[in-house]
Write a protein that binds this ligand. Structure first.
Ligand SMILES: C[S@@+](CC[C@H](N)C(=O)[O-])C[C@H]1O[C@@H](n2cnc3c(N)ncnc32)[C@H](O)[C@@H]1O
Length: 477
């Protein structure tokens, strides 16, 4: 691990070449060409001419990578990056590396959205062979600056106990004293002034609409095995929490034996969960409990925005049977359960035991919502193998599905899950995705299996970054 303490620690300035900037691709870099070779360039805008510092440029390599560090002919959509530490030009000029995580911060927000729509369109065309022009939407009345939206933030920690972020594609740590994409409630915690000596990482959940934030502290392996160090850290965290400007919860996180094992939490102050309030225009207000670093939509308006999109696209009616796959703490399930009413059924499938426990709490007043803990492909496999199993026992009681809503992680649903969705043959599929490439792969299988694309929207839930969310509706036949 390297720690960039001062600007005097210079990064090696690599070879520079001048390039015309081509289209932006999935991942946020622009595709350029140099002497017949593709160069993936970050921090540029299509149409610009830029000087690129090559960051990966092996002679025999099929493609190179680089950062646009000097703009020769700027795009009309360029602006000054609002986050100094993430601005590649300022970083290179002062001989340090930029932090990752705001790689579209140099582009005006409306153009960021056009580029994201283009990435969705191009990826779907290239991988699924479909021509589609997505509608583009925003999350609520979000900040036109593209900042102050992240309710979930993760930080590394320097050996001297300061929170830090990683430089892009690097183990170099850059200490931070602000996080411009974070909600203002994050600043109020002033975590930059805490002493996190002996800590590996810090995760912060700041609920989108009020409520007590939760600071999760993962001690280093050395601290974890040394009871007196752990106890000193506990005292320091408790002290910092008590003197903070806002009331907050703090907890230790102890990783499991294997990277896939569940973590355990030790409460230090307050509680080990946060309450999220969702105000959906279509479905009204609901509250959700989310434990520890369990999944929750990151943009403060994302949950309500996605619920509105899913409710509109699923158009679930009383008495229908709906499956909510990759359901997390039950966000969509709760609203879909309202839509199908007590005569209907929502099957809420989620692999994480902790998220399923949260879902059980969040849905306990809705007998039509059934929480099934397990990997989607296995659960769907059991529905297909024994279709008559009663719903109370995790089955579908012979019912056919009207609608499947799926919101998988970045890797997408994958072949097995898609094949099983096809075998279950719902009328409508609403696919919520945060990764256009895995989505386009799954989409190709779904359309080959008899579904047609009915509606596509790109929702900008991650301003100033290259990430995009899409909601796509498919109908059978
Ligand atoms: C993008 S999140 C969506 C959660 C929920 N729809 C929401 O908006 O809050 C994806 C969820 O899928 C879960 N997950 C990951 N792999 C899974 C699998 N194979 N089967 C079921 N759930 C899975 C994760 O634990 C996570 O809760």
């Amino acid at each position: 691990m390297t720690v960039a303490q001062t600007q005097s620690e210079s990064i090696e300035l690599e070879r520079r070449i001048e390039l015309d900037v081509g289209p932006v691709a999935h991942g946020g870099h622009c595709v350029c060409r140099h002497e017949g070779r593709v160069v993936f360039v970050r921090h540029a805008i299509p149409g610009e001419r830029v000087k690129v510092a090559l960051t990966e440029a092996e002679e025999g390599a099929r493609f190179w990578r680089g950062d646009a560090v000097e703009i020769i002919r700027p795009s009309e959509f360029r602006r000054i990056h609002q986050w100094k530490l993430a601005d590649v030009q300022r970083a290179h000029n002062s001989g340090r590396m930029p932090v990752g995580g705001a790689e579209f911060g140099h582009i005006v927000v409306p153009h960021q959205r056009r580029l994201k729509a283009q990435v969705y369109r191009d990826t779907v065309a290239r991988i699924a062979g479909l021509t589609v022009e997505p509608e583009v939407e925003t999350a609520g009345d979000d900040e036109p600056t593209g900042q102050r939206w992240r309710t979930r933030n993760a930080f590394a920690v320097t050996p001297s106990g300061h929170i830090a972020m990683h430089a892009h594609r690097s183990s170099t740590l850059v200490p931070v004293r602000n996080m411009p994409l974070g909600v203002p409630e994050l600043d109020a915690l002033a975590l930059w002034d805490w002493d996190f000596t002996g800590v590996e990482r810090v995760d912060v959940a700041t609920p989108g609409h009020g409520g007590q934030p939760l600071v999760l502290v993962t001690p280093t392996p050395q601290t974890r095995t040394d009871t007196s160090r752990l106890s000193r850290l506990r005292t320091r965290v408790r002290q910092a929490a008590r003197t903070a400007q806002t009331e907050l919860s703090t907890a230790f996180v102890f990783p499991g034996k294997k990277p896939t094992s569940p973590v355990t939490y030790e409460r230090i102050t307050g509680r080990t969960w946060v309450e999220e309030v969702v105000a959906s225009q279509r479905g009204g207000e609901r509250r959700f409990r989310v434990t520890g670093d369990g999944f929750w939509q990151v943009h403060r308006e994302a949950a309500a925005t996605l619920v509105d999109a899913v409710l509109e696209d699923a158009a679930a009616e009383p008495g229908q049977v709906v499956a909510d796959l990759y359901a997390g703490a039950g966000l969509f399930t709760a609203y879909l359960a309202d839509a199908v009413g007590r005569d209907g059924t929502v099957l809420s499938v989620e692999a994480s035991p902790q998220a399923s426990r949260d879902a059980l709490r969040n849905l306990h007043e809705m007998p039509q919502a059934h929480v099934l803990n397990g990997p989607t492909d296995k659960v769907l496999g059991s529905w297909l193998a024994t279709p008559e199993t009663p719903i109370a026992d995790g089955g579908v009681a012979g019912a056919s599905l009207d609608t499947v809503v799926l919101d998988p992680p970045r890797a997408g649903a994958g072949r097995k899950a898609v094949e099983r969705i096809l075998a279950l043959a719902p009328e409508t599929i609403v696919y919520v995705s945060c990764d256009p490439a895995s989505f386009a792969r799954d989409l190709a299988w779904l359309t080959a299996g008899g579904y047609r694309l009915d509606r596509a929207r790109v929702i900008d839930l991650y301003p100033d970054t290259h990430h995009l969310e899409s909601v796509t509706v498919l109908r059978r036949g």
